[in-house]
Design a binder for this molecule. Structure first.
Ligand SMILES: [Zn+2]
Length: 220
């Protein structure tokens, strides 16, 4: 059966690219995506990027739908109640990391891990709490962990879409990272992911071809 996640990611990415990115084909020299525009189209405020010290207390939305008061420590970026993306000041100047942070937060919104209030008055129903998300740190494989991994995977899909990557896969990692405006580590990880994704999609196609025959033989 087709892996829901991969098929779903593929649909989300294609939809966003067709709406908010430049047209792309094999001859395009710049395969990087406009992650700022995609984030803004989904209610996030990313220009200019706000940086914050880990020592500062802020209020932000967490992936379990609560508003949390605490520090940004332990996260590269968080989303404030009004949709502003705030990042740890240590990422200032690191364009590849900044783009990944935006893509990661956008992924949380697209996957509905984080629901942005429709307007500033709409968030009164959100429960507030003081930083109990210690649980995410104490139990790294808890439900938080799964959502984080999912957001990372979709973020990488957004920044390095599989069908664009294929035109660059014979180039060195550093060169590919540079044109996609991501960290070279992201390219290494993406190569593994794309291999797995293609295997899954291929398996799904084969199953779809087999399925009608299976049904026919069952009837006869
Ligand atoms: Zn996250």
């Amino acid at each position: 059966m087709l892996n829901y996640k991969i098929a779903n990611f593929d649909r989300i990415v294609s939809n966003l690219l067709s709406k908010y990115d430049k047209p792309y084909n094999y001859a395009s020299v710049d395969p990087s995506v406009d992650i700022y525009r995609m984030a803004e189209a989904n209610g996030l405020k990313v220009r200019p990027i706000q940086f914050v010290s880990p020592k500062k207390k802020i209020t932000f939305l967490e992936t379990d739908g609560t508003l949390t008061e605490g520090s940004i420590r332990g996260n590269h970026a968080v989303i404030m109640e009004d949709g502003t993306v705030v990042m740890d000041e240590q990422d200032r100047g690191n364009e590849g990391q900044i783009r990944f942070n935006i893509a990661h937060e956008l992924a949380h919104v697209l996957l509905e891990h984080i629901k942005l209030p429709a307007d500033c008055n709409a968030n009164v129903g959100l429960s507030r709490r003081k930083r109990p998300s210690l649980i995410a740190k104490v139990f790294p494989f808890s439900k938080y962990r799964k959502k984080e991994e999912e957001a990372d995977h979709l973020a990488a899909n957004l920044l390095v879409p599989a069908y664009r990557f294929q035109f660059w896969e014979d180039k060195a990692d550093e060169e590919v990272a540079k044109v996609f405006k991501v960290d070279p580590k992201c390219i290494k990880k993406r190569q593994r992911e794309i291999r797995d994704e293609l295997t899954e999609l291929k398996a799904a196609v084969i199953q779809n071809i087999d399925a009608p025959n299976a049904k026919l033989s069952a009837v006869s």
